[in-house]
Design a protein around this ligand. Structure first.
Ligand code: SIN
Ligand code: MN
Length: 271
């Protein structure tokens, strides 16, 4: 699927673009059943909640190898639904997946991701330019009650802001925007937008947009999946103590658009 010039202009202005119910109910069901299968895998590619042990984040579902490999997820990342718009948004044919992650916000207990910019972490990975876009897939309906994302429209145009490291609030280290700086930005910005939608909705967002999400007050788990696309030419440079491959992929081979029917094409997984 190709984005129109109007959609491309909206992304450049707002820093995000919502494509309601882009993926079908069957495609979402296939991904959901993969998440249920992968939940019980014992692997370092899954971050679990400290208390309950339930999955918080599950990484690297897009490759053919590894403990969390998943044919439906591999296919959707190369489908024209996601890859073609990502190529248009980054104005580059040669993209690779920086990482993929599946976030589960558990019913009642699932807690916040503070306001942050993703590129804060990715710059420290050695990634030269903020030339990345993320495709968020809503597996469950995203609502304000169950902890949907919020974006500050246009905030990607502020560039990368000073951030501080927080290793207490979420289950992993996270660069967050200090409160006073955040309030000052909010005072001169449009109101944050709640990114709600039905299952199958896809949202592309810029790596410098300010975003966060709230507590899940509902009785339903909320799964969201994130495919982060980077330009091959923008792959990370060498850094001391690089983060693991599952968050900072070193597979820079350019992706090519494959079948638009992810359910029809299920590659054999490597052993
Ligand atoms: C994130 O911003 O990295 C995750 C937020 C969420 O899944 O709610
Ligand atoms: Mn984020």
């Amino acid at each position: 699927m190709r984005l129109s010039n109007e959609q491309l202009a909206r992304y450049q202005c707002d820093g995000f673009l919502i494509l309601p119910e882009l993926l079908s109910a069957d495609e979402i069901a296939a991904m959901k059943s993969e998440l249920q299968r992968l939940e019980s895998v014992d692997t370092e590619l899954i971050v679990r909640e400290r208390d309950s042990g339930s999955v918080k984040t599950l990484y690297r579902v897009h490759e053919v190898d590894g403990s969390t490999a998943s044919p439906p997820f591999r296919a959707v990342g190369r489908s024209p639904h996601l890859l073609t718009p990502a190529q248009q948004l980054l104005n580059d044919e040669d993209l690779y997946l920086y990482h993929t992650k599946c976030n589960r916000k558990a019913a009642i207990d699932g807690s916040i991701w503070q306001w942050h910019q993703d590129y804060g972490t990715w710059k420290n990975d050695g990634t030269p330019e903020p030339e990345l876009t993320t495709a968020l897939i809503m597996i469950d309906e995203a609502t304000e009650a169950n902890g949907c994302l919020y974006f500050i429209p246009g905030s990607h145009r502020l560039g990368l802001l000073d951030a501080e490291m927080d290793d207490r609030t979420t289950s992993y280290k996270f660069y967050v925007i200090p409160k006073q700086q955040l309030i000052a930005i909010m005072e001169r910005s449009p109101e944050p937008v709640a990114i709600t939608g039905k299952p199958g909705t896809v949202v592309f967002f810029h790596c410098n947009i300010l975003h966060g999400s709230g507590h899940n007050m509902s009785r339903h788990d909320r799964w969201q999946v994130y495919f982060v696309y980077n330009c091959v030419a923008n792959h990370p440079l060498d850094v001391a103590n690089p983060r693991p491959d599952y968050v900072r992929s070193t597979n820079w081979a350019p992706l090519r658009v494959e079948s638009d029917d992810m359910l029809a094409r299920q590659p054999i997984l490597a052993k």
